[in-house]
Design a protein around this ligand. Structure first.
Ligand code: HEC
Ligand code: HEC
Length: 358
């Protein structure tokens, strides 16, 4: 009887403790079982590129050596072996178009351990409270972060582990489809911050600190190894930027196309709520919100004159309109042409200056 009681108590502990742990101590916003590991992300990337190559090789005579190399390149290899294989592959492939695809498998960059360590230290001190202990933006503050006008906002996830394809999506530093950001663009954002959001500026960081931070951030997603990000181009603003003619032309354009989401701000209308297109996905492609429900996270189209421009210089606003904001419904408007975009920039800056603060 004593043994029976003893066994009962032990099994009670064995079952009860894990249940209690999972119910009470695990913060509900941790969804780690639904995320990709760094290895899985790299494998995903390799599989994707290899299948692009195979698609292009379809119907062609493919030697067994090419087939073997392609099979090998699917596994996560070290830089030297990997790059030798890609080189050999490219020497066997005739077609330049296919070579340009297979070149996506060249490892161009690898994190430097010392710099990563230094960057991690800085990150834990300065960025972790919002971007998460592991840089995945699982906010350390359970109630989450908010924009100036009270909308929930996530800090950027630098790991891509919740993204369907394992991508990191930068809003301002890449083009609409691109995922990567040039070093200079990232540094500028970290220096200047993003007004209207909780992202502060860190203007005091030294070059050494900034470089280490970037090294750490990039070490968090293996796709950076294969990337060759281009810096954004910022044109010089025209000399008549804020002329009445430009503002008027810009207003007309804005009322034709941008009004669909940003609404007629001068008439006191509120911008529309829009779904955030990409945020966190589970492995089935469902979007995960902080409470685990598979619904879209909503945000407002920018409320000019009430929220500050996140990147205030005219040429930044120009680039935002030209390239769009990745992961949101703010698409690129490049087709409008530079002159028209400058007209609209003039109008937005005019609204911004006038202000519609309540
Ligand atoms: C108080 C919270 C907070 C802190 C601290 C913080 N960030 Fe952020 N960060 C944010 C938020 C929120 C965003 C998203 C803004 C948006 O989507 O408009 C962001 C966005 C970013 C972006 C993305 C820009 C883009 O183009 O998408 C980078 C890069 C970044 N932060 C780097 C850093 C670094 C590096 C540090 C530490 C030195 C840091 N942040 C500290 C809140 C924070
Ligand atoms: C389909 C909806 C939609 C349309 C149409 C649209 N936008 Fe946006 N726009 C958005 C959303 C949503 C955001 C906020 C994205 C975010 O916060 O990351 C935004 C943000 C912006 C920003 C960023 C401001 C900043 O620096 O914080 C600018 C500039 C902008 N839009 C300009 C325009 C212009 C100009 C047009 C018309 C040519 C336009 N938008 C049309 C949805 C739209």
């Amino acid at each position: 009887m004593r043994w029976f009681l003893f066994a009962l108590i032990i099994s009670g502990i064995a079952i009860g403790v894990p249940i209690a742990y999972s119910k009470f101590s695990k913060p509900k916003y941790i969804l780690s079982s639904l995320s990709y590991s760094s290895e899985e992300i790299e494998k995903k990337y390799r599989d994707e590129v290899v299948s692009q190559i195979n698609e292009k090789l379809q119907g062609k005579n493919v030697s067994t050596e090419v087939k073997d190399i392609l099979e090998k390149l699917k596994s996560n290899l070290g830089k030297e072996e990997n790059n030798q294989l890609v080189e050999r592959l490219n020497s066997l492939l005739q077609d330049d178009e296919i070579k340009s695809v297979s070149s996506k498998l060249i490892i161009r960059w690898e994190p430097e351990e010392k710099k990563v360590k230094r960057g991690e230290e800085l990150f834990q001190n300065l960025c972790m409270t919002c971007h998460g202990r592991e840089g995945d933006s699982l906010s350390v503050t359970p109630e989450g972060l908010k924009t100036d006008i009270g909308y929930p906002i996530y800090a950027r996830d630098f790991t891509g582990k919740y993204h369907r394809e394992g991508k990191v999506v930068f809003k301002f530093a890449s083009d609409y489809f691109g995922e990567f950001a040039g070093d200079e663009d990232l540094k500028r954002i970290i220096k200047e911050g993003l007004p209207g959001t909780p992202m502060p500026g860190f203007s005091y960081l030294s070059d050494e600190e900034m470089n280490s931070l970037l090294e750490y951030i990039k070490s968090l997603n293996p796709r950076w190894k294969f990337a060759s990000p281009q810096p954004k181009s910022y044109p010089v603003p025209p000399s008549d930027l804020l002329s009445d003619e430009r503002i008027e032309r810009g207003r007309k354009q804005f009322m034709t196309v941008c009004i669909a989401c940003h609404r007629n701000i001068e008439a006191g209308e509120e911008p529309l709520e829009q779904p955030l297109a990409w945020y966190k996905f589970d492995k089935k492609g469902n979007i995960i919100t902080q409470d685990g429900s598979p619904s879209f996270q909503m945000m407002k189209a920018r409320w000019f004159g009430r929220e500050p421009l996140r990147r205030g210089k005219p040429e930044y606003t120009f680039a935002t309109i030209r390239d769009g904001i990745a992961g949101t419904t703010m698409t690129p408007w490049r087709h409008l042409g530079d002159e028209t975009i400058w007209d609209i920039v003039s109008y937005i800056l005019y609204i911004e200056k006038k202000g519609f603060h309540k």
